[in-house]
Design a protein around this ligand. Structure first.
Ligand code: PLP
Length: 289
């Protein structure tokens, strides 16, 4: 079942117009969330980011956060999912051809839920391969990477390069050549026992998983540096990992065919453990609706 606009409908009936500006222009925003044991992890933070993305593209979400929260849980329950990936998409809506957002009187709102399929265990045991690609991350002054938009061509072009090079994930540099982020992930590395990650100002999506990892590191007494780094910093790191809502913390074994110090590294494992602990605490403290 899919939640479309204001109700649940079977997938076959979940149809959106070819005049939807999400389809015509990639005009819209989205969020991806993970449910553990039927509890949507960090739902409030995802809703906050959704509303922030909306305001950055002057899109008025036609529902209050509480109504969206209800729609998310209704979709999860209607599908009987406990371990799930949930996606909220909101497009500008249906309107005549033309870029003017005012052509679209009502946004299209969709919630989808799918059974969570575990990432292969070997990715966590051995680490994945990265390619630091030629495609640069969008310049913030053109399309700010903080907007989690339906327009993902920048990341898709990077993904195509990574696939050609046999890598699992692409890492993009920003327009000035500083390491930014993956196509669907944030990147971290360990150097001199300090956890390093590109600063928000480099032009990245401020990942919700990224924020938890930074907080966990601080709690574990690990130094944290959010800064500007070059690809050589990745090549010569002791440990490297990538993060997002579904991967959590995924170790990296190679970047551009250069072997990383250790994978999975000791600190990577400690931070993944700390992340899992936070997930468990969150589930325990969440009231079940
Ligand atoms: N960076 C990009 C470009 C992403 O698309 C994502 C998520 O898919 C992330 C980072 C990680 O964000 P989060 O940890 O909130 O899933």
């Amino acid at each position: 079942m899919i939640y479309l606009n204001n109700r649940l409908v079977p997938e076959k009936k979940a149809l959106v117009s070819v005049f939807d500006h999400g389809f015509l222009y990639g005009d819209g925003i989205y969020e991806t969330m993970r449910a553990y044991k039927g509890v949507v992890f960090m739902l409030d933070e995802h809703l906050e980011r959704l509303f922030r993305s909306a305001s950055m593209i002057a899109l008025k979400i036609p529902m209050a956060p509480e109504a969206i929260r209800k729609a998310v849980y209704q979709t999860l329950k209607a599908n009987g999912h406990k371990e799930a990936v949930i996606r909220i998409s909101i497009s500008r809506g249906k309107g005549p051809i033309g870029l003017d957002p005012d052509l679209c009187p009502s946004p299209t709102f969709v919630v989808m839920s799918g059974e969570f399929r575990k990432h292969p265990g070997r990715h966590y045991r051995k680490g994945v391969k990265l390619a630091i690609v030629e495609t640069r991350r969008n310049y913030s002054g053109a399309l700010d990477p903080r907007i989690k938009s339906l327009n993902f061509l920048n990341n898709i072009l990077a993904k195509i390069e990574a696939k050609k090079r046999g890598a699992y994930e692409a890492v993009m540099l920003n327009y000035r050549g500083y390491v930014a982020e993956g196509t669907i992930s944030n990147i971290f590395f360990i150097k001199d026992r300090v956890l390093c990650t590109p600063a928000a100002g480099v032009g990245i999506l401020d990942g919700i998983t990224r924020r938890i990892i930074i907080d966990s590191a601080k709690e574990l007494g690990i130094g944290v540096r959010e800064g500007r780094f070059r690809k050589e910093d990745i090549y010569h790191a002791r440990e490297v990992f990538i993060s997002n809502t579904t991967m959590e913390v995924m170790p990296v074994a190679e970047a551009d065919h250069i072997k990383i110090g250790t994978a999975p590294g000791e600190m990577t494992l400690a931070l993944h453990q700390a992340y899992k602990k936070k997930v468990n605490e969150f589930i325990k403290s969440s009231p079940r609706d």
